[in-house]
Design a protein around this ligand. Structure first.
Ligand code: SF4
Length: 335
């Protein structure tokens, strides 16, 4: 039986002992459908330039306090090699919306990574024309991450000036049509958000048949217009994550860096509430401090080796094991 939006809102509203039962049930569903493996996907944050001005994000165009950087393709490739050498079976290439990296540059990079390394490649480079997505898919990119952030069209328009939820949904559909394994995600605790919005986020991702749902807390950044808003809590984030696991049994759910940032054991708690992915940071140390979507991001002083090691430790501390495969998506047909 499919959980309705109303059912999901009830689950996300759980209080006290009900929360423990929700987390346990999500953990059992994860165990039954996905087993004990946790996929470690190495993320390389290769540029913090962004043409957009999202109200919540430290990379926003008008954040003049941020030092900007771009990694050269050879440097990105080197980081990908390092990540693969450590054991990552997926390389996630992420940046702000930086037009410096044309589809041609990115396609060449993807081609070189796929040719030289035994890894899957995820791209997270934002809104692009459909022709760009086609080029990137043809170059061999396996997955694309484009977060919806919120299913509330008014809130979306406020948070991301100049863009619309409808436009984002259209792009998510294109990506699926082009054969990408598609990732979306939302923030928990946004100003003006309700439990019903969070339930709607989950049903939208289910409707879009996303293969990955990145659900993390909103963390206010003083260098943005939302700097004085309260942030999302660990508990609400875990409840949303657990409800997502119950609604989408085979979806990949990361234990996010943001959840680790708001609580030292956030990542382990997420792994026990339905999550099955960790994305250790493979960005060279010299760039890392300048890729802060939100303040206080953990792991900024960790080398890629240390990031990988702490991720492995989190997996083992949660009584789980590191996955050996690529972690390609399991289809919804099996759910
Ligand atoms: S959320 Fe993405 S598109 Fe928006 S400012 Fe940040 S990096 Fe740019």
């Amino acid at each position: 039986m499919e959980l309705s939006k109303e059912d999901l809102a009830v689950l996300i509203s759980a209080e006290g002992e009900e929360c423990g039962a929700l987390f346990q049930l999500a953990d059992q569903v994860r165990q039954r459908y996905l087993g004990e493996e946790v996929h470690l996907r190495g993320i390389v944050e290769f540029s913090n330039y962004c043409r957009n001005n999202c109200l919540f994000c430290g990379l926003r165009r008008n954040n003049w306090e941020l030092s900007r950087y771009r990694m050269a393709p050879d440097e990105i490739l080197e980081s990908a090699h390092e990540a693969a050498g450590l054991g990552c079976k997926t390389i996630v290439l992420q940046s702000g919306e930086d037009e410096y990296y044309t589809a041609g540059i990115l396609a060449e990079l993807v081609h070189r990574i796929k040719k030289g390394l035994d890894v899957a490649v995820t791209l997270s480079v934002g809104d692009r024309p459909r022709a760009d997505y086609e080029t990137l898919r043809q170059a061999g990119a396996d997955r694309y991450l484009l977060k919806q952030e919120t299913c509330d069209p008014v809130l979306f328009g406020m948070l991301k000036p100049g863009s619309s939820l409808a436009g984002r949904i259209e792009k998510l559909r294109w990506l699926g049509e082009l054969g990408f394994q598609v990732g979306s995600g939302n923030m928990v605790g946004l100003p003006g958000q309700t439990v019903e919005t969070l339930a709607g986020d989950i049903t939208l991702m289910r409707e879009l048949k996303v293969e990955m749902a990145g659900i993390g807390p909103f963390i206010p950044n003083s260098q943005t217009p939302l700097g004085n808003c309260p942030g999302g809590t660990l508990e609400l984030t875990l409840k949303t994550l657990a409800a997502a696991r119950l609604a989408m049994r085979l979806v990949h759910l990361p234990a996010t860096t943001a959840v680790r940032t708001i609580h030292p054991l956030g990542r382990e708690r997420a792994l026990r509430s339905g999550a099955n992915v960790i994305m250790p940071n493979m960005t060279p140390l010299k760039y890392r401090t300048n890729y802060q979507l939100y303040p206080g991001k953990t792991g900024l002083g960790e080398t890629p080796e240390e990031s990988y090691a702490t991720a492995v430790k989190a997996v083992h501390d949660a009584g789980r094991k590191v996955a050996s495969g690529y972690g390609h998506s399991l289809t919804y047909a099996k759910s």
